[in-house]
Structures are given as structure tokens and as C-alpha cells.
Design a protein around this ligand. Sequence first.
Ligand SMILES: Cc1cc2nc3c(=O)[nH]c(=O)nc-3n(C[C@H](O)[C@H](O)[C@H](O)COP(=O)(O)OP(=O)(O)OC[C@H]3O[C@@H](n4cnc5c(N)ncnc54)[C@H](O)[C@@H]3O)c2cc1C
Length: 358
Amino acid sequence: MTSVLIAGGGPAGLAAAIALAERKVPVKVVDPSGAATATRGELIAHGGAQIMQRLGLGHVLTDAVLIRDVVSHWGAAGLQSHGSHPGLGLHGWGLDRSALAKAMIGRAEQLGVTLHTGRITKSQHTQAGWTATTETPAGRETWHADYVIDATGRPAHIARRHAATVFHGPALVAVLWQMGSAQDTTMRAEATPEGWWYKVPHKTGGTVGFVTDAATAKRITAAPSVFLSQAQDSLSLISLKGISSRPWSMDCRSALLDQTSGTGWLAIGDAAAAFDPITSQGLFNALSAGFFAGNAAADALSGDTDAPRVYDALLAQTVDRTYATTHLQYAALPFDTPFWRHHARAGMEKKEIRPIHA
Ligand SMILES: Cc1cc2nc3c(=O)[nH]c(=O)nc-3n(C[C@H](O)[C@H](O)[C@H](O)COP(=O)(O)OP(=O)(O)OC[C@H]3O[C@@H](n4cnc5c(N)ncnc54)[C@H](O)[C@@H]3O)c2cc1C
């Protein structure tokens, strides 16, 4: 029986696994953390409800924080309330990513998906199919499959080794803190000269992030308490009280593959196209692209070789629409500083990273 190996057990990989398992295609997911994730708050926009329901994950939204208002203070552009979607009284949901991961693992396993702990370090495609190697502390394992889905997030580990090239937007790093205290149900964002803050509430607290350039992020993580005490003075919307954890940082620049499928493989979620968090598009894209790509892979394995091209076209539309507006938030120039000028000018100016050949 034909089978699919999914590299990466984030929202995209698990959504694809659920779609494939529903089609009775044997599927394995390999992820270094066994698909579990630490607590982190993210907003899923109201449009995400349908795909969550379709994936059998509606209960995750019931347990999430309803976000009815998003308020931002954007420097020279002033204070803005973004209201809620007309007629819905709702902006979206504040989700805890660890709760989403737990629910997705449960749903996938219920459908017969097997999850394995390991990082794919090598992959090879021949006429006989795929062979991939994972490394774990316990040793090396070899996997065989007819089709591979790259859901490894921004590294796009498989696609880049099989001729795809990744283009990046300007460097952008998020420094994140977890807050344990109870939060209000408003999502907040605030611009400062060196970047922008956001605060998203979720059931077990809230997550605060500061999105900035790489050098500033490095300076913050080297001396976080000094930075926090100075930062609070310049903020009017976001309170940093209640931060007790040490921060961690994440690459969050835009990224895009020049090719999102090839012979015997597809790339999904952030591996295929990663968006600046200012768009709040990542989760919706990961879940919906995962679902459609899982179905496209199932179709391709049953002989419909055009199915991955339809998936590519769908993704290209999402990418075009999102990138067309992302830079506008920066072009509003809340502050006339190097950070804002650089991002306003750069837009989706792309830097080519050469493909890696295994
Ligand atoms: C700071 C920040 C804030 C964000 N806020 C929001 C928000 O509010 N709303 C929103 O919609 N989106 C948000 N996003 C975007 C969202 O987090 C991503 O779009 C989403 O996680 C993409 O899911 P994914 O499954 O494609 O990738 P990931 O979640 O990155 O998962 C990839 C998985 O692949 C695994 N992996 C990596 N390499 C290998 C390998 N070689 N072999 C096997 N497995 C591997 C990783 O361990 C990981 O588990 C934010 C992103 C950042 C960085």
C-alpha cells in the first residue's frame, strides 16, 4: 500500500496527516519533539473556524479565548480599535499552541496516524520511492515512503534539498515572554521606534512578543530585565507586569519557496510560505494548506498527477494577497526610525538563499 511520510508535526503537518488518514492513506509523522509544543499564545482569525471544524478540532475553539477587539497604538498613526468582523462580533480566538498540538495529536492518532520522535537529516528520492533518515538520541532510523510532505516550518528541510529555493523578506525576530496571570480578552499591539509589541490572551495566561531586528533581539535576550524595565515607560496600551519567565526568540521574517511541489513531494505551512506575524495568517494557512495538500497527495497517489499543481495555485493566491498588504503596516511609518524605514521600503524584496543539495 502506498504511504506518506510527513516531516514535521506542527499544525500544517498534523492537518495533512488528518486529511490523508481520512482518505485511508497510511501516514507517518516524524518530529523532533513528537509534535508536542510549549505554551504560546497565537490568534487564529475568525475565518479559521471552518477549517478547525473540518479537521475535527472545533472543541479547541470552545476552550480558547474569544477575541472581540484588537486595539493598536501605531505611533504617529495614533490609537486604533480594529473592531470585530461585521455581524460576527468576533475577531478570532486566542489559542494556546500546546493545547492545539495536543488536540491535533489526539485527532490524528484516533484516525490511525503514527507519530515518531526524530529529526529528518537525510532524504533521497529514487524511482522506488523515498528513503529518509532520522536522528534521535537513541540512534538512527530509516523510513521508506511513496510520497513526502515537507512540514518542517521555516527551515523547509526537504524542499530545499530537492531543488527548491527559499526567498526571505527582511530579517525580523520576535522576542517572546509567557505571562501566567489572567488577561483581558483584547488583543493589543503597539509600535515603538525599534519594533512593535503584541499581547495575545489565551486560556492559561497570555503571550507578549516584541518584533524587531536581529541585533536588537540579541541585545534584549542578553539583558531582558534591563530592557523590560525601560520598555514599560514607553508603552501606553501594553502592560508588562506579570512577566516572570525568561524570553525566547523566534525567526519571524517572511519566507517563500520558488517551488512548492515536485516529483513525489509537497511543501506546506511555513515550509512553503511563512508570513510576518503582523498578518495573523500563519495558523490559518498552515491548517488549510495542510488539509488541501493532504488531499492533493492522496489524489496524486491515486494517479491524479495534476492535483499538486492545483494546490500550488491555491497557495500562490494566498501568498499574493497576503504579501500585497503586509508592508502597508510598516509603510504607515509610526516612527521615522531605521527599523520602520527599512521595513516600509523593503516590502517583499527577496534575498535568495541557495538550495542545499544533500
Ligand atoms: C512570534 C510568532 C508569532 C506568531 N503569531 C501568530 C498568530 O498570532 N497567528 C497566526 O495565525 N500565526 C502566527 N504565527 C505563525 C504561526 O506560528 C506559523 O505560521 C505556524 O506555526 C506554521 O505551522 P507549521 O506547521 O507550518 O510550522 P511549525 O509550527 O514551525 O512546525 C514545524 C515542525 O517541524 C519540525 N521540524 C523542523 N525540522 C524538522 C526535520 N528536519 N525533521 C522533522 N521535523 C522537523 C519542528 O520541530 C516543528 O515541530 C506566529 C509566528 C511567530 C514566529
